[in-house]
Write a protein that binds this ligand. Structure first.
Ligand code: PMP
Ligand code: GLU
Length: 395
C-alpha cells in the first residue's frame, strides 16, 4: 500500500504510545505503573460535567460554528483579559479540538515548504512533527540545564536565518517545567520584533505553577508589537483535568485565526458541541477544584524531586511549573552500560513495570520524563521500583 512521503517521515507520539503500552500491559493483568502521558489523575470537576449534561438536555448536540460557539468565545475573551491582560475581538479567537489541533492548524496556516520554526529543546514531542507535516523545518535550539533549560537571547539570535518564520515559546514548559520571567520574555520578544518573526506561545500549563514569586506572563501582553505578532495557544485539558474532552483555543491576529478556522472547517468541522459548553463552565466557574488539584501536584512534586535526587546517578532541577520531572539519568545509564534513554526506559518497563518517557522524545537522550500527575501511592511505589532497578543495575 502506498503511503505519502509526509506520513512516512512521521514518528508517532511517544508520550501517547507509552501510555497505550502501559494500559495494554495492565489489561494483561500486569501491575504496571504509568508515569507516561501528562494527564491529571483527578476526574473533571463536578460542575463542569453537570454543564455538559445540561447542554445535552437542552439539545446542544448539533454542529456548531467551526470557530466555536459565541458563548465560549466570550468566556475565552474574558479569561484572556482576566488572567493575561489581553484584549481580543471574537474574530481573533478560534476554538479547536484540543490545544494540539490549534498548533496543528496554526503551522498549516503559516508555513510554506522550507520555512523554519525555532524550537527550544527539550521540547514537547508534537511540535517537531507538526512543523514537518506543514512542510516546515524545525530548528532546534539546545538549552542547557545550567541555564535552567531556558533559551538565551544570544542562542535565539544565532538560530535565526532568512528562512525563519516563527519561534516557539512554551512556558511553563513540557517537559522541563521551567517558567520564563517577564524580563527573559522581553529580551526574546525584542529579537522577534527586530527580525519580524511570529511567536507561537503555548501557555497550556499557565495555572500549574507552584512556587511563590514565580508568575506566568504571556509574551503577548508585553506591548503592542508583541501582541500583534503572537498567537497564544491554550486549552482546558491540564488546568481542569479535561484531557478527554478535547477543547483548546488560539488567540491572535484575525487573518491567521480565520485561516486556521477555514482549515478546521474542512477537517474537524467543529470541536464537540457538548465539550464546548463544559469548557464555558470550566473557564467561567469556580477555581476551587483547580486549587485543590494544584495543592496535590505541589506536594507530589516536592516528594518526587526529593526522592529522585537521592537515587545514585540521577539529578533533577526543581521544576516551578507543569507536572513533570525531567530527570538527568546519564550517570545511572553509564554505570549500568545503557547507551540510550530508550533502552533504559524499555528495560525499566520490562523489569519493574514502570512506564516513563525516554528523553529522546523531547530532544535529550540524557533524560527521562516522569509525570507526577498521579496518586502519591503510585508515585511512592514507582519510585521504590525505579530505585531498585537502578541499584540492581549497578556494575
Ligand atoms: N502543549 C503542550 C506543551 C502539551 O503538553 C500538551 C499536552 N497534550 C498540549 C499542548 C496539547 O494539549 P491538548 O491537546 O490536550 O489541549
Ligand atoms: N501532553 C501530554 C504529554 O506530553 C499528553 C500526551 C500528548 O499529547 O503528547 O504527555
Amino acid at each position: 500500500m502506498k503511503l505519502s512521503r509526509r506520513v512516512q517521515q512521521l514518528s508517532p507520539s511517544l508520550t501517547l504510545a507509552i501510555t497505550a503500552k502501559a494500559k495494554a500491559l495492565r489489561l494483561e493483568g500486569k501491575d504496571v505503573i504509568g508515569l507516561g502521558a501528562g494527564e491529571p489523575d483527578f476526574n473533571t470537576p463536578r460542575h463542569i460535567m453537570d454543564a455538559a449534561v445540561a447542554a445535552m438536555d437542552a439539545g446542544h448536540t448539533k454542529y456548531t460554528p467551526s470557530a466555536g460557539i459565541p458563548e465560549l468565545k466570550q468566556a475565552i475573551t474574558e479569561k484572556l483579559k482576566r488572567d493575561n491582560g489581553l484584549s481580543y475581538e471574537p474574530s481573533q479567537i478560534t476554538v479547536t479540538v484540543g490545544a494540539k489541533h490549534a498548533l496543528y492548524d496554526l503551522f498549516q496556516a503559516v508555513l510554506d515548504e522550507g520555512d523554519e520554526v525555532i524550537i527550544p529543546s527539550p521540547y514537547w514531542v508534537s511540535y517537531i512533527e507538526q512543523v514537518k507535516l506543514a512542510g516546515g523545518v524545525p530548528v532546534v535550539v539546545e538549552t542547557s540545564e545550567d541555564n535552567g533549560f531556558k533559551m538565551t537571547p544570544e542562542q535565539l539570535k544565532q538560530a535565526i536565518t532568512d528562512r525563519t518564520v516563527a519561534v516557539l515559546i512554551n512556558s511553563p514548559s513540557n517537559p522541563t517545567g521551567m517558567v520564563y520571567s517577564e524580563q527573559e520574555l522581553r529580551a526574546l520578544g525584542k529579537i522577534c520584533v527586530d527580525r519580524d518573526l511570529l511567536i507561537v506561545s503555548d501557555e497550556i500549563y499557565e495555572h500549574l505553577i507552584y512556587d511563590e514569586g514565580v508568575k506566568h506572563v504571556s509574551i503577548a501582553a508585553l506591548g503592542p508589537e508583541l501582541y500583534e505578532r503572537t498567537v497564544v495557544i491554550n486549552g482546558v485539558s491540564k488546568t481542569y483535568s479535561m484531557t478527554g474532552w478535547r477543547i483548546g483555543f488560539a488567540a491572535g491576529p484575525a487573518p491567521v485565526i480565520k485561516a486556521m478556522t477555514d482549515l478546521a472547517s474542512h477537517s474537524t468541522s467543529n470541536p464537540t458541541s457538548i465539550a464546548q459548553y463544559a469548557a464555558i463552565a470550566a473557564l467561567s466557574g469556580t477555581h476551587e477544584p483547580v486549587e485543590e488539584m494544584k495543592k496535590a501536584f505541589r506536594q507530589r512534586r516536592d516528594y518526587v524531586i526529593d526522592r529522585v535526587n537521592r537515587i545514585p546517578g540521577f539529578h533533577c532541577l526543581k521544576p516551578p511549573g507543569a507536572f513533570y520531572a525531567f530527570i538527568n539519568i546519564r550517570g545511572a545509564m553509564d554505570q549500568a552500560g545503557f547507551k540510550t534513554s530508550d533502552e533504559w526506559s524499555t528495560a525499566l518497563l520490562e523489569k519493574e513495570l514502570v512506564a516513563v518517557v525516554p528523553g529522546s522524545a523531547f530532544g535529550s537522550d540524557d533524560h527521562i520524563r516522569i509525570s507526577y500527575a498521579t496518586s502519591m501511592d503510585k508515585l511512592e511505589k514507582a519510585l521504590d521500583r525505579i530505585e531498585r532497578f537502578v541499584k540492581g543495575n549497578k556494575k
